[in-house]
Ligand binder design. Structure first.
Ligand code: GDP
Length: 354
């Protein structure tokens, strides 16, 4: 898509603010630094870290959040130097995942992600402890503590992975049953907050699903039945939302959930028509779908939230996507406007499947 790009930094900071709002963290001050080479000790320059300490103190902030990922050493150096709790982007996302995970599988996935995230951190701590520790050839008490912590973490990773594998097999069994029932399945995929849950709710009439103005309202896959005006039924699955700069530990942990999309007969990619950077958003989705092996599935695009978007903009995006050969439905999941455009797509799928 060749749409105007807004400054990447603005976009990332706005997204970080949204992420933080999810866990009730209010942003009181923002500071940025342009640096060609990151400082190995702090990521930011030492002068900037001093400035942050003063800024945090002046604005009575309890927390400094860095949008970039910090190494374990950088994280502990920053905490020490600023006298403040410090998180990086990965920690923010982790906290959201922890708070949102509702089902056993989602909780396990989050736990696994957390363990994988902590692993290099304790490795870094072990290094610090042994550097600061006793004389040559001795094993300081810190090192033993670190070793024990590492082993426990390793055991948790093995156990969580095993359980997840079991759950995945069980889910595959359930999917086979669904396939045998001959009902076509459509998976909703898209960026967090694009309106997937709202759309599923609107189509299935099911009020039980949780939708809120929060990223990651849906951590686990939810499947609902949708009755078409023709009387036919389809199944619709909500999937975990995509996000820019998702830390690698989380990508791996959420793969099982995303792979659900692969099993559908069709993918409905939900985009927020007001997204200032639709190009990047669509690229992330497409790339991720390629990675989970879903690239070849029939696909349609839902351009959601048209109630909040200018007609001219919507028409332009629609034309662009159609030029790429994609069926596009512009609608509002919230007001219901344009939802009937989807019936044609689903009927086509139902006929194709039968
Ligand atoms: P998900 O993360 O993709 O499942 O997104 P949700 O369905 O939770 O929606 C995120 C937010 O966008 C919620 O506050 C919804 O009320 C809002 N939303 C969803 N669809 C629309 C729409 O068509 N128009 C407007 N204005 N808001 C919408």
């Amino acid at each position: 898509l060749e749409l105007p790009l807004r400054d990447d930094l603005d976009l990332l900071l706005e997204e970080l603010r949204l992420l933080l709002a999810n866990i009730d963290v209010e942003v009181v001050a923002v500071s940025t630094q342009k640096k060609d080479r990151p400082d190995p000790a702090f990521l930011l320059g030492a002068g900037k870290v001093d400035e942050l300490k003063i800024l945090a103190h002046a604005s009575e902030a309890d927390l400094i959040v860095c949008n970039d990922l910090l190494t374990p050493i950088q994280l502990s150096n920053m905490r020490r130097k600023t006298d403040c709790e410090v998180w990086d982007r990965a920690l923010v996302i982790m906290k959201i995942f922890e708070r949102r995970a509702a089902t056993a599988e989602a909780k396990l996935q989050v736990d696994l992600a957390r363990c994988r995230y902590e692993m290099p951190h304790i490795r870094g701590l072990g290094k610090q402890m042994s550097n600061a520790g006793a004389g040559i050839g001795t094993r300081g008490p810190g090192e033993t503590e670190f070793e024990r912590h590492r082993r426990k973490l390793q055991a948790r990773i093995v156990e969580a992975s095993r359980k997840l594998e079991e759950m995945k097999k069980r889910r595959q069994g359930q999917r086979k049953q669904r396939r045998r029932s001959g009902i076509p399945t459509v998976a909703l995929v898209g960026y967090t907050n694009s309106g997937k849950t709202t759309l599923l709710k609107r189509l299935s009439g099911d009020k039980k699903l949780y939708a809120a103005d929060q990223l990651f309202a849906t951590l686990d896959t939810a499947v609902r039945s949708v009755r078409l005006p023709s009387g036919k039924n389809i199944l619709m699955a909500d999937t975990v939302g995509f996000i820019r700069e998702l830390p690698p530990e989380l990508i791996a942990a959420f793969r099982t959930t995303l792979e659900e999309a692969c099993q559908a007969d069709m993918l409905l990619v939900v985009l927020d028509a007001n997204d200032p950077d639709l190009t990047a958003t669509y690229d992330v989705i497409q790339q991720t779908l390629d990675e989970i092996g879903a690239a070849a599935l029939p696909r349609a695009v839902v351009l959601n939230k048209v109630d909040r978007s200018g007609l001219f903009r919507v028409d332009r995006i629609k034309a662009q996507l159609r030029r790429d050969g994609l069926p596009v439905c512009a609608l509002s999941a919230l007001t219901g406007e344009g939802v009937e455009n989807l019936w044609g797509v689903f009927d086509w799928l139902a006929v194709r499947r039968s």
